[in-house]
Design a protein around this ligand. Structure first.
Ligand code: PEP
Length: 277
């Protein structure tokens, strides 16, 4: 990045100086986590506007944003104003350490930019051909690099209608975590495919039901104590008006948010819901 580009980013940040998001406590054993998945959206200027709108709030919730690759560095610069209370994440990475993989990005590259999280196995990538085996290689590579994988699992509409939600999710979970001995840095996101970007969120009860299955599956594999420490996020049309009702469910520890993470009003509304839940 040229110096003038960096100055441009900093000038956007400095336009309005208010407070910053601050740490706090919540009345739950697991601190809630809200991650914004920007997908293929946002410009540098729109990112700055979003963060301007997020300033000045006290939050007792962990927050992260996952911009597209070209925005990772500009957003990293912008996040300095939040003094680590908003973390950076990426939307994908390659499973290889490095090498001849044109157009790909490695875990080491993300780590160098201080990415704390990387979304892996998102249904939009699975629909584009990503296999359970590739997701698993990526999960292991992310963990080896010290990045927390956000492993996405979820059933299609047909699979739900056939009563196969639990079976599909457990199978994706087993495959994604195959060979992972220590699950303490992993995050799991339950994202029913039929709820993503449709405005048709799972009900809190439907989501809790699958989250309980995920928790039990983790407990069987890693023990109850380790399983209880893994944040389980719900994703799929989370909005300010359904955030609280999802957040109060026992095994819903946060949200992976697409559309509502693109503007400050909605993202704040979701964060507020999970802060209170
Ligand atoms: C997502 O793509 O991860 C997602 C949950 O999208 P949305 O919130 O827009 O449904």
């Amino acid at each position: 990045m040229t110096e003038s580009m960096e100055q441009y980013i900093r000038s956007l940040v400095e336009k309005s100086v208010q407070g910053v998001l601050a740490d706090g406590t919540i009345n739950s054993s697991r601190r809630k986590l809200v991650i914004g998945n920007w997908k293929m959206n946002m410009s540098i200027e729109e990112s700055a506007l979003l963060f301007e709108g997020l300033r000045g709030e006290e939050q007792a919730c962990d927050v992260a944003v996952c911009p597209p690759f070209p925005l990772l560095y500009p957003v990293k610069v912008m996040l300095a104003q939040f003094q680590d209370s908003i973390a950076l994440g990426a939307q994908n990475m390659h499973w290889a350490e490095k090498g001849a993989h044109t157009g790909e990005v490695s875990a080491a590259m993300l780590k160098e930019l201080d990415c704390r999280y990387v979304i892996l196995g998102h249904s939009e990538r699975r629909q584009a051909g990503e296999t359970d085996e590739e997701v698993n290689l990526k999960v292991k590579q992310a963990l080896a690099a010290g990045i927390q994988p956000v492993l996405c699992v979820g059933e299609t509409k047909d699979e739900r209608e056939q009563g196969r939600s639990g079976e599909v999710v457990v199978s994706q979970l087993h495959a994604g975590l195959d060979g992972v001995e220590d699950v303490s840095s992993a995050v799991v996101a339950y994202e029913p495919v039929w709820a993503i970007g449709t405005g048709l969120a799972a009900t809190p009860e439907q989501a809790q039901d699958v989250h309980r299955t995920i928790r039990e599956t983790l407990a069987n594999q890693y023990g109850a104590s380790a399983a209880s420490g893994v944040p389980l996020l719900y994703g799929g049309s989370v909005k300010p008006d359904n955030a609280l009702s999802l957040a109060v469910m026992d095994d819903i520890d946060g949200a992976l948010v697409g559309g509502a993470s693109l503007n400050a009003v909605d993202f704040k509304g979701v964060i507020d819901g999970f802060t209170r839940g």
